[in-house]
Design a protein around this ligand. Structure first.
Ligand code: NAP
Length: 489
């Protein structure tokens, strides 16, 4: 069965291109999928435009749209095992982590389904004139290009598809060329749930070939993108000539601040999870550990001792606690950041190389790495390496902790550890980040907005604001007793 989905039909690429997908854990072939080109991209946008302008979806009552999202949530729960396996084969991620992702994805569809069903977004304005009926309604934006990365392929897709459809838009989805499978499965579920033809379209292919045209096409109204900062800047520029709405979820270089009074064992445990989860390929990874001076030596010794013990392995290895990187190219990028850090004076405490284990030689593995004595100017501290690399800096007091934490172009997330609740409140309000965790790291819920300050992005996903990204407020003013005004009399 072909894998592009355009105007309600499964189709192969016009020019017959295909791409082989291999599992990053061991290089085994996963599948060969159709690879779209510019003609397919144009056809997908045309289908989404026609479905928006003439199709039933934007005119479907909100409660019915919400019920479709709830059906999709049920189907996702039904098919969880197939989805999780497909996600793990594409990404190399541990199966148990993919299963957790699938629960989160079903919850996301359920959250937006219920939000849309609840309605109540129409606002009546009291103008003071009884003859005037003034109200603000929320309409869909139009055709949305949804572009997603490879680290949480279906989760990032769900954060866009669920609110986009809930608000009544039509879309063209382009997942990462490396991880297409769960997007294909999702489109099958949307079809099964009864989404009308053209309302949802799927393009598989590279960013340059099919991502770029769907960010410039004048028939597209909104581009919602999750990915790296460099691509985000490019998309912002590409969308400018036609003044599209844009939503950008970009990278992070997130601080994890440990004050001297923190619960030692818990803070060490979370410091490891914050950065080494999914081999650091997490936008909110706590990659910059900031430790108060007097705690530094004991804390870092313990982090290093435990980091050395983290077992690596493929998605179905039950002993593994973290997996491979997505590609050889990505591993090479991380290696160059570590080399630059060492050249700039960082001290390697563990990792810094590929594992020796012969069983891992066909995958893109890299050992959990701790670089101590880092300083804010180092590229490994400033740039998002997006791998299993923790940099450690020391601070003397609250002011220095906040200054170091905020000394980044990013502002996605951050965590802090202390038993002093007043200190926690003060620091959380001083951090310039879209999410702050106190004595925790990484949790999120679909009810709460997610997104970045500064160069971590534009707009928010999840929560009511995540739905509002896909809506246009419209003010409708009705004069119920019009009479000549004689302005020019
Ligand atoms: P990426 O290289 O920026 O790619 C993201 C997506 O954009 C892919 O589908 C890519 O296609 C596509 N793309 C590339 N060039 C494009 C262009 N010129 N026009 C349109 N689309 C284009 O990012 P990535 O390496 O996949 O993902 C990692 C990044 O995502 C990290 O920086 C991470 O922090 C960020 N991220 C952020 C969040 C968040 O919530 N803020 C969540 C997850 C990830 P191809 O790669 O298929 O060519």
């Amino acid at each position: 069965m072909p894998e592009l989905f355009i105007d309600g039909r499964w189709t192969a690429a016009v020019d017959g291109q295909v791409r082989e997908i291999r599992c990053p854990a061991d290089g085994t072939p996963v599948a060969t999928v159709d690879e779209a080109g510019p003609k397919d991209a144009a056809a997908a946008v045309a289908a989404a435009r026609d479905a928006f302008d003439r199709g039933p979806w934007p005119r479907t009552p909100a409660a019915e749209r919400g019920r479709l999202l709830l059906r999709v949530a049920d189907f996702l729960e039904r098919d969880k095992a197939d989805f999780a396996r497909a996600e793990s084969l594409d990404t190399g991620k541990r199966l148990v982590e993919s299963e957790i992702d699938m629960d989160d994805i079903a919850n996301c569809f359920r959250y937006f389904g219920n939000l849309v069903c609840a309605g109540g977004t129409e606002r009546v304005i009291d103008t003071g004139d009884p003859a005037v009926d003034s109200r603000v309604v929320h309409e869909p934006v139009g055709v949305c290009s949804l572009i997603t990365p490879w680290n949480y392929p279906l989760l990032q897709t769900a954060w866009k598809v669920a609110p986009a459809l809930g608000a009544g838009n039509t879309f063209v989805l382009k997942p990462s060329e490396l991880t297409p499978h769960t997007a294909i499965l999702l489109m099958r579920l949307l079809e099964e749930a009864g989404l009308p033809p053209g309302a949802g379209n799927l393009l598989l292919g590279s960013g340059a070939t099919v991502g770029a045209p769907i960010t410039t096409d004048e028939r597209v109204d909104l581009v919602s993108f999750t990915g790296g900062l460099v691509t985000g800047r490019r998309i912002m520029a590409a969308a400018a000539p036609t003044v599209k709405k844009i939503a950008l979820e970009l990278g992070g270089k997130n601080p994890n601040i440990v004050f001297a009074d923190a619960d030692f064992d818990t803070a060490v445990d979370y410091a490891l999870m914050a950065v080494f989860l999914h081999s650091g390929q997490v936008c909110s990874a706590g990659a910059r550990l900031l430790v108060q001076q007097e705690l530094h030596d004991a804390f870092v010794d313990e982090v290093v001792a435990r980091a050395r013990e983290i077992p690596l392995g493929g998605p179905f290895d039950e002993n593994a606690r973290t997996g491979p990187l997505i590609s050889e190219e990505h591993r090479a990028k991380i290696e160059s950041y570590v080399a630059a850090g060492l050249a700039e004076g960082a001290v390697l405490r563990c990792g810094g190389r590929r594992p020796d284990d012969t069983a891992l030689q066909n995958g893109f593995y890299y050992l959990p790495t701790v670089l101590d004595d880092c300083t804010p100017g180092m590229s490994v501290v400033r740039d998002e390496s997006f791998g299993p690399v923790m940099t450690v800096e020391r601070f003397r007091d609250e002011d220095e902790a906040v200054a170091l934490a905020n000394d980044t172009v990013y502002g996605l997330a951050g965590g802090l550890w202390t038993q002093d609740s007043e200190l926690a409140q003060r620091v959380s309000s001083r951090l310039r980040a879209g999410t702050v965790w106190i004595n925790d790291f990484h949790p999120y819920v679909p009810q709460a907005e997610w997104g970045g300050m500064k160069q971590s992005g534009v707009g928010r996903e999840l929560g009511p604001a995540g739905l509002a990204e896909y809506q246009e407020p419209k003010h409708i003013w009705r004069n119920t007793a019009p009479r000549p005004q004689r302005w020019f009399a």
